[in-house]
Design a protein around this ligand. Structure first.
Ligand SMILES: NC(=O)c1ccc[n+]([C@@H]2O[C@H](COP(=O)([O-])OP(=O)(O)OC[C@H]3O[C@@H](n4cnc5c(N)ncnc54)[C@H](O)[C@@H]3O)[C@@H](O)[C@H]2O)c1
Ligand SMILES: [Zn+2]
Length: 380
């Protein structure tokens, strides 16, 4: 046995190639699936599939077009079609090789095919490693609304390995770091402070974020998420905390999809969302100014200029219109997760429309200022 570590009942950390091959081989031997179907997108197919392919028996393959725009019913239909064509049965296995997009759609296909078959998540983006692959939320966007259709279904196993990160663009690394900061803000104030410091130490001298000590930070972050999920799988209570920043984030993502606004990654929207919601928490709850400042500094370090513009240019009323459709709401009122302090949240906090308008406008004013003061590429 190699140096694999069990992070939770169905989550394995495989630090290198040999560990990954070993974990996969044990898993396949134990499960002995009748058929195996790999789901990837263009990116994970190019960068990760060639390596995984060597570790697999004969299998089918579906390659989806990547990106949030394609996390839809068509992608779901493509996977279901491929499973039917492969004559997959109830003892077959889906392997989701990719980021959160592949995991969400592939997981949903596995949850629906023959009323549910087993699936293995092999996350290849940082965001999927620490967040999307863990916890059993699957789904697709529908009618312009994020994750409107989906189901809860736990993967049979999640096999996390940092080997995939070497080809992941810096922007995607930052997006994953946003969800990792979120885990710290919810449940681990020391971890938040340390990670924020480690990020600043690389961002300020403009060194690659790939230098972060992922072998420590990924398992650390996964354990926080897994513990919260174990407490409340179907998100009736404490799991709602993981939606910190997401009320605003989902609205920004919907806004960015409207031409001519630019694209925004989920993690970038989350970084901005955490910040805007921290502004709200500073006004409405007990979050302190120094805490707000450290959140602002950590989150905004992860957002490029163009994506800061998405926030600046969005009309608060348009964002609020999307927020009113959020699954977390009740009785047509916006409900957000707000920080009482770093490490402690309040879930289901009603937020009035004027309060939300105020927080967005405040963030927009501040973001404009920060953008003016940011060093331009030619400044160095
Ligand atoms: N289910 C959940 O609990 C949960 C949690 C968080 C986010 N999500 C969802 O996850 C999605 C975002 O996931 P994401 O941030 O992983 O983005 P993503 O899945 O869209 O992947 C980002 C890009 O990276 C490419 N890529 C993947 N692995 C690569 C690698 N190793 N090297 C180079 N390129 C690679 C992909 O092809 C894609 O172009 C959103 O749809 C979000 O809603 C789900
Ligand atoms: Zn998220």
């Amino acid at each position: 046995m190699t140096d694999n570590i069990k992070l939770d009942t169905n989550i394995v950390w495989a630090p290198g190639f040999a560990a990954l091959a070993d974990a996969l081989s044990h898993f396949l031997t134990d499960l002995s699936p009748t058929k195996v179907m790999v789901v990837a997108d263009f990116g994970s197919h190019t960068h990760c599939y060639p390596l995984l392919q060597q570790m697999l028996p004969e299998h089918g393959l579906v390659v989806l077009q990547g990106g949030e725009h394609h996390k839809d019913m068509e992608a779901l239909g493509d996977i279901l079609n491929a499973l039917a064509n492969l004559k997959a049965d109830r003892h077959s296995l889906v392997i989701n090789l990719g980021g959160g997009m592949v995991g969400d759609v592939g997981g949903m296909a596995a949850a629906m095919y023959m009323r549910g078959i087993q699936f293995l998540n092999v996350p290849t983006t940082l965001l999927a490693m620490v967040d999307a692959s863990v916890g059993g939320k699957t789904g697709v966007n529908f009618n312009g609304i994020k994750n409107l259709v989906g189901s809860f279904r736990l993967p049979t196993m999640v096999l996390i390995s940092p080997i995939w990160l070497s080809t992941l663009p810096e922007r995607e690394i930052k997006a994953g770091l946003a969800e990792m900061l979120k885990h710290g803000l919810i449940a681990d104030p020391v971890g938040f402070a340390e990670l924020a410091l480690a990020i600043q130490a690389l961002v300020i001298p403009r060194r690659p974020l790939h230098e972060l000590e992922f072998a420590y930070w990924i398992p650390h972050s996964v354990k926080i998420k897994a513990a919260i999920v174990a407490e409340d799988f179907e998100e009736i209570g404490p799991r709602k905390q993981l939606n910190l920043g997401h009320t605003v984030a989902h609205a920004l993502e919907a806004e960015a999809q409207k031409a001519p606004i630019t694209d925004i990654l989920h993690g970038e929207a989350v970084a901005l969302g955490i910040w805007v919601e921290a502004i709200l928490a500073y006004r409405m709850l007990t979050l302190q100014r120094e805490e707000l400042e450290s959140i602002e500094q950590a989150c905004l370090a992860l957002v490029p200029d163009q994506q800061l513009e998405v926030l600046i240019q969005a009309h608060p009323d348009d964002l609020i219109l999307t927020m009113l459709m959020d699954k977390k709401n009740k009785d047509g009122q916006i409900r957000a997760v707000l920080l009482r302090k770093i490490g402690e949240t309040l879930i289901d906090r009603p937020v009035t429309i004027p309060e939300m308008q105020w927080a967005i406008s405040k963030a927009q004013e501040r973001a404009k200022l920060m953008l003016q003061n940011r060093p331009k590429p030619t400044d160095q």
